[in-house]
Design a protein around this ligand. Structure first.
Ligand code: N01
Length: 547
């Protein structure tokens, strides 16, 4: 189902959308149906789904409760789709996105299996020249890059990798054909969200599972269960109110966040509150439901981790293994949850290898050598994560005004306005680009696409050819994003959130940590001022053009 262009010349369209996940699909819908633009969309996958097209590893599921992990733009869609579980599996989310593509006739806009190689702004024509890996050229007035926060894979190269006689898979490039792991000797490198789900799912079926852990993670149970039957009903009854409250929260995860600080209560109260949210399960819930300062206060953070540490030590029977599984750093990465993760280490068939103490020396023909020990394996799974935020965008050559490339502009750090635009790249929009709010994604994608739609509508209505943020607006947003991040504990811990997981990547702030509600207010201010104060129309301050 694609409309592969066959003409050798340049194909003119109003807009190009890159990406077929939550953000890309809604972008196509909004540009076409709300603005009446022609849209050509691309994805390097074979179908829609975005990250859920690729992440087919055993155990893959969202850890956001499903009432907030979906679209809200159409109440009928919300009401008609029947989710089966509290945390939906990859297959169910992929089916949902396929349904959305069919319901709104979006697939026909896509050319799949296509990588965009370059995006070059032609200043004379005031249009973007889009080149694909098939040698096709498109010319578009507007660009929307919905290429995924966590999509460009991080595939470390281990010495001797080519010698390994078994199979190697990356969690985020899992084959479409079934991979039979029953009775196999499996090694997993990485213990982030992907790794812990893999461990929990594979440990009961593998002949032996060897987990190569570099850094232990603070993991709480998910407490996966059927959806509370009354919950979706109550949301349907108060649909607009629920959606409003979701967007005017800190994390947009759809639960009621605490407004009490852990520092304001005594130790016993803190302990009791963390035990309660631990019992109910969920990573973001654990971090934001009991108190509002776990991500900002050392006292609150320690109280939160004391409870998780206690549970790890209670769950894991071997005290040496338990100590290896208790992290030593702050609880300031993306909060994780998974059922059965620590229990997997009680199986006689699971081995934990601390690769900080005994680093992976090489892959051998038979397996992995860490320190002096060779672990014999049939299958190696790299659950090593992503070149997050900017990874996919920087894999496309992008050139804006005056020959400035994105690669140069973002060499030392990613500069962006509101996660949706970057100065000197007119009419180029991003969904969940750098300096976006650190939240549950689908509702934010929708809010950003609506903002982008309004910016494009304003451009068209103004009779201008282009719109972009001013340098000052971008600098101000960067400053605000940095100050909100500096007020948290997140910059103190290495993870993909600050780029520390990729060798050579600038370790900087990549997010607006001021919360979704504040972000909504900023979007409203831009709408209320008719994209006047912080924007350039046709390269000129918008106020002057509007005058
Ligand atoms: O990736 P990660 P992920 N040698 O970067 C280790 C979302 N997501 O795919 O911590 C040895 O978190 C690395 O070790 P260290 C979610 O937002 C969501 O798991 O750098 N180890 C770490 O243990 C999540 O946060 C869901 O020391 C190496 C692991 O690999 C984000 O995606 C499910 C290594 C990478 O962890 C990323 O999660 C899945 C090396 N050379 C993903 N290189 C859900 O919704 C890396 N590691 C449930």
């Amino acid at each position: 189902m694609s409309n592969v262009a066959t003409r050798p010349d340049v194909i003119e369209v109003d807009s190009v959308v890159i990406g077929g996940g939550f953000a890309g699909l809604y972008s196509v819908h909004a540009l076409r149906d709300n603005l009446g633009l022609t849209v050509q969309a691309f994805d390097n996958a074979g179908d829609v789904g975005g990250t859920w097209y690729w992440n087919r590893y055993p155990g893959a599921r969202s850890d956001t409760e499903v009432n907030a992990y979906c679209y809200f733009f159409d109440k009928e869609l919300y009401n008609e789709w029947k989710w089966s579980e509290r945390y939906p599996r990859q297959t169910e989310i992929l089916a949902y996105l396929g349904h959305v593509a069919d319901r709104y006739d979006l697939r026909n806009h896509y050319q799949f299996n296509t990588q965009i190689e370059s995006l070059v702004f032609d200043e004379k024509a005031e249009r973007w020249r889009v080149t694909t890996d098939k040698g096709q050229q498109f010319s578009a007035r507007f660009l929307v890059e919905a290429v995924g926060l966590l999509s460009a894979t991080n595939v470390p190269e281990f010495p001797g990798q080519e010698k390994f006689g078994g199979e190697i898979y990356h969690s985020a490039r899992w084959p479409h054909e079934p991979v039979d792991l029953v009775g196999k000797r499996v090694g997993i490198i990485g213990t982030g969200s992907s790794g812990i789900q893999l461990v929990s799912e594979i440990s009961p079926i593998a002949e032996h599972l060897t987990v190569f852990q570099r850094t232990a993670q603070w993991v709480v149970p998910s407490r996966h269960r059927p959806i509370d039957p009354g919950l979706l009903e109550s949301i349907r009854e108060n649909y607009d109110g629920y959606h409003h409250d979701l967007l005017y929260s800190t994390t947009a995860f759809g639960f009621t966040e605490s407004n009490v600080s852990a520092e304001s209560v005594d130790e016993a109260t803190r302990h009791e509150a963390f035990e309660k949210v631990y019992d109910d399960g969920g990573g973001f819930q654990y971090m934001f439901k009991a108190f509002n300062d776990v991500g900002t206060s050392l006292v609150a953070n320690k109280a939160a981790t004391d409870v998780i540490g206690k549970h790890i030590r209670e769950t894991v029977r071997d005290p040496i293994v338990a100590e290896l599984l208790v992290p030593t750093d702050l609880y300031a990465k993306r909060p994780l949850c998974c059922d059965g993760y620590f229990e997997a280490y009680n199986l006689p068939t699971t081995t934990l290898v601390d690769v900080k103490k005994t680093p992976i020396v090489e892959f051998t023909e038979k397996g992995i050598r860490a320190g002096d020990t060779e672990y014999e394996l049939d299958v190696i799974v790299l659950a090593t994560g992503f070149d997050a935020v900017s990874g996919n965008q920087l894999r496309i050559f992008q050139q804006g005004r005056n020959g400035l490339t994105l690669q140069d502009k973002w060499r030392d750090r990613t500069h962006a306005y509101m996660g949706t635009m970057t100065a000197d790249f007119p009419n180029m929009y991003m969904v969940y680009g750098p300096m976006s709010p650190f939240t549950n994604q689908p509702p934010v994608h929708e809010a950003q696409v609506n903002f982008i739609t309004d910016a494009i509508r304003h451009t068209i209505d103004s009779g201008a050819a282009t719109l972009e943020p001013s340098q000052k607006a971008e600098e101000d947003w960067m400053e605000l994003s940095d100050s909100t991040a500096a007020a948290t504990l997140f910059p103190k811990v290495n993870s993909w959130i600050n780029g520390a997981n990729i060798p050579g990547k600038p370790v900087r702030n990549y997010f607006f940590m001021g919360g979704m509600a504040a972000y909504m207010d900023h979007m409203k201010a831009d709408r209320d001022t008719e994209f006047g104060e912080r924007f350039l129309l046709d390269g000129q301050p918008a106020e002057r053009v509007n005058a």
